[in-house]
Design a protein around this ligand. Structure first.
Ligand code: SAH
Ligand code: SF4
Ligand code: F3S
Length: 466
């Protein structure tokens, strides 16, 4: 993978000037509300967006209807994500009738789809700003133009994308946080729109990643999640991902996780890292997508189910406790019943801790969208239900096997079901809820696992470390 140009410091300074210009305007939005509709990378982008808006003098508003600026950070990986984004945007038209000064901004992967920005400009003139994934860093300039020009701004660039350093940020939490290590994807799995909307693979320099991690550690980060569409093809400054990971491990941040890994280039060095690195958590998201070699080939995944199972064997040999999770697509064009059953048998063989299952959704412009697909939707629905049933039984068994263990949990939040409990993750990534106060949030707690539910564990605290 080639390294890609970095947006110049000069350009970033120019954007900082726009932030100040917006701040100095008499008539400008004071409260912003961002809706993140996609993956972790989309959420990470929202943190940069929030940072820029705050530099422009705005503060976060949790109630959407009360905000002066609403920004949708969209996703288009499947049709329902796109429909949800469009539905939400159309709903804003009504809100704008009662709040004429409301500023509506739409960005993210969906606007980067071919023809989408032009369609939005023509059909939704009430949207004030449409921007794409490649020009997110120019948001300050666009907001300024909208506020001073009185005209909608629609600007989506058709480039390969660049690396952007030095954007302002407002992170969700300080104790557990995301760090991008690369952007874009060159794999072109035949079903997937991500390479079209996120551009070519490009890595951040290892020094930039390390500096960011050290800064976050100093600000109290206990867990970092390294992000990339395929972290295994990271190549920053010539360094491979495993090398970067060894260097990050030495920073002493207590928990390191990463996603997503593509099975085709999960290296032996990386597998060994799970046996060697003190801070790398025993957890790996390794999407298999399908269990049939014929389907994998048509998906352009470049590995066989046998190769995948071999990776799992190696991972468990170096780290027996590793928790594996996966993404699986059901009903890919031409998938036969036998081929689907190969997915079921792979799932039974590997025994994932959890799997995210999706019915194949055709995406315009991808190769799979023009493959013949004669399986009725009802049949696909039946198949996914069978898969979910098989996986749920396995997940329950995996969780039940944790009962009686003592685990160190990084407490994340008050439990959604019980306000007298808090929840957090074990090293393996299992969510545990246990009676405890909100003062534990952001701290480690030693917990004994007392029972297992369908997706989460319950426990009781033994003692808390500072
Ligand atoms: N880069 C990551 C995941 C990106 S998208 C990876 O390669 O694993 C997250 C998941 O969405 C994918 O793993 C895949 O299972 C699913 N997905 C992507 N495109 C899809 C489509 N067209 N229909 C259904 N599921 C899809
Ligand atoms: Fe999409 Fe494949 Fe790239 Fe993942 S690796 S983002 S599934 S093209
Ligand atoms: Fe993520 Fe959706 Fe874009 S999954 S990369 S936000 S298409």
């Amino acid at each position: 993978m080639k390294e890609r140009p970095i947006v110049s410091e000069q350009e970033m300074l120019r954007q900082r000037e726009y932030m100040q210009l917006v701040r100095s305007l008499e008539k400008r939005p004071r409260r912003y509300h961002i809706v993140s509709m996609g993956c972790q990378m989309n959420e990470r982008d929202s943190e940069s967006i929030a940072g820029m808006l705050e530099e422009m003098g705005m503060s976060r508003e949790d109630v959407r209807e009360q905000a002066d600026l609403i920004l949708y950070n969209t996703c288009c990986v499947r049709e329902n994500a796109e429909n949800k984004a469009l539905g939400n945007v159309i709903w804003l038209k009504e809100l704008k009738k009662t709040k004429p000064d409301l500023l509506i901004c739409v960005g993210g992967c969906m606007t980067q789809e071919k023809g989408m920005a032009a369609m939005m400009k023509a059909r939704y003139p009430f949207i004030d700003l449409v921007y794409g994934t490649h020009n997110l860093y120019r948001l300050p300039e666009y907001v300024y133009r909208v506020l001073t020009g009185g005209q909608p701004v629609v600007e989506v660039l058709d480039t390969d994308g660049e690396v952007v350093e030095g954007m302002p940020e407002r992170r969700g939490t300080s104790f557990s946080t995301f760090v991008n290590i690369m952007y874009g994807c060159d794999n072109f799995c035949t079903y997937c729109i991500v390479p079209y909307v996120r551009g070519r693979e490009r890595s951040r320099e290892p020094e930039a990643v390390l500096m960011e991690c050290a800064r976050l550690r100093d600000a109290g980060a206990k867990e970092i999640m390294l992000l990339g569409q395929n972290v295994n093809s990271y190549r920053g400054g010539g360094a491979a991902f495993a090398e970067l990971l060894y260097r990050i491990d030495r920073l002493g941040i207590e928990r390191i996780r990463f996603m997503t890994s593509h099975p085709k280039d999960l290296s032996d060095e990386l597998i060994h890292a799970f046996g060697e690195l003190e801070h790398l958590m025993p957890q790996l998201h390794l999407p298999v997508q399908a269990g049939s070699d014929e389907v994998l080939k048509r998906m352009n995944r470049s590995y066989t189910s046998e190769h995948y199972v071999e990776l799992v064997r190696k991972l468990r040999a170096v780290c027996p406790e590793i928790g594996l999770t996966s993404d699986i697509i059901v009903g890919f064009p031409g998938e036969t019943l036998e081929q689907f059953e190969e997915t079921l048998s792979l799932v039974r063989q590997v025994r994932f801790d959890a799997a995210y299952t999706f019915i194949y959704s055709p995406r315009k412009g991808t190769r799979a969208a023009s493959m013949p697909d004669d399986t009725p939707y009802e049949v696909k629905s039946e198949r996914i239900q069978r898969l979910i049933d098989v996986q749920q039984a396995i997940s329950l068994e995996v969780l039940e096997a944790q009962v009686g263990r003592r685990e160190r949990v990084l407490v994340e939040a008050v439990s959604t079901r019980d306000s007298l409990s808090v929840g957090g993750k074990t090293p393996r990534g299992h969510m545990v809820n246990f009676p405890g106060e909100s003062s534990l949030i952001g701290r480690f707690a030693d917990v004994e696992i007392t029972s297992a539910g369908r997706n989460t564990l319950r426990g009781r605290q033994i003692k808390t470390e500072e």
